[in-house]
Design a protein around this ligand. Structure first.
Ligand SMILES: [Zn+2]
Length: 266
């Protein structure tokens, strides 16, 4: 995927101390860090995956973070939703506001924009506008199909993630380059079973949430720093309990043509 690698040109950019260790990482470097500080990332949903991702990306120095969530914090969230505390839960504070406040204490040098809103067909474009990449922190198939269709139309990359019990999935979706979410989970797919399972019926391990979020953020950082060849193509599936990890390629079925992204094989 492209030939540019982020570390080659560091220029005269002076890396702030808080990013020193990250910028020492060969594939990021000073130039990659500068790219991250110039980046705009939107996180849709600030529950388990979204709050862990927001924490990682704020500390990584994403210069402009936009958070969207409609829910309020309760005590059942505290086991895995790292940005919230007992005060947020006892006051049922809106997640977007509580997350924004906590993130500003973690990194006051980046711009953080918060929206208390559900994502729907009427407002999604507004939330995606100007974003370099989207992180999926939502919890249902319908919203993910909406994100996918809108991102393909607007040519904005997004990173899918979902998690239940001890297992999870993730995929980087780069319009025009990788297969899209519909290619992976379209009507012919057999992967739907995870959508009947959620933290409220099969439970969830916080360590599984952390792994999915880490995969999503790593894929986003690869993209934002120009490390395109390192982006994982296909559906990443893991189980933290069994410690298994697989990458499943989209099958190259002859005659397949995706109605959403036109990816396919003649
Ligand atoms: Zn597709």
């Amino acid at each position: 995927m492209g030939t540019f690698e982020g570390n080659k040109k560091s220029g005269t950019f002076k890396v702030p101390l808080r990013y020193d260790r990250q910028a020492l990482f060969y594939h990021i470097g000073a130039y990659g860090q500068k790219k991250l500080l110039e980046s705009r990332v939107t996180i849709l949903g600030c529950g388990g995956l979204g709050s862990v991702s927001a924490n990682s990306l704020a500390r990584a120095g994403i210069g402009n973070l936009r958070l969207v969530d409609k829910d309020v914090v309760d005590f059942s969230n505290l086991g895995r939703q790292v940005l919230y505390d007992e005060i947020d839960a006892s006051k049922n504070r809106p997640k977007a506001l509580a997350a924004g406040q906590k993130l500003r204490m973690i990194n006051s040098e980046i711009n953080i924009e918060v929206h208390e809103a559900d994502i729907n067909p009427g407002n999604i474009k507004k939330f995606l506008r100007g974003s370099d990449i989207i992180i999926d922190g939502t919890d249902n198939l319908e919203t993910r199909l909406l994100i996918n269709e809108t991102c393909i139309k607007e040519k904005i990359p997004w990173v899918y993630g979902s998690v239940a019990a001890s297992y999870g999935m993730a995929a980087a979706i780069i319009p025009g380059i990788t297969p899209c979410f519909y290619c992976i989970f379209g009507p012919e797919s057999t992967q739907h079973n995870i959508y009947s399972e959620s933290s409220s019926n099969v439970g969830i391990l916080n360590t599984a949430v952390n792994v999915v979020s880490s995969i999503q953020c790593a894929e986003a950082i690869k993209y934002l720093t120009g490390n395109f060849k390192a982006i994982t193509e296909g559906l990443i599936i893991f189980d933290i309990w069994e410690l298994s990890l697989d990458i499943i390629a989209v099958s190259n079925k002859k005659g397949y043509r995706c109605p959403i992204c036109s990816y396919g094989f003649d």
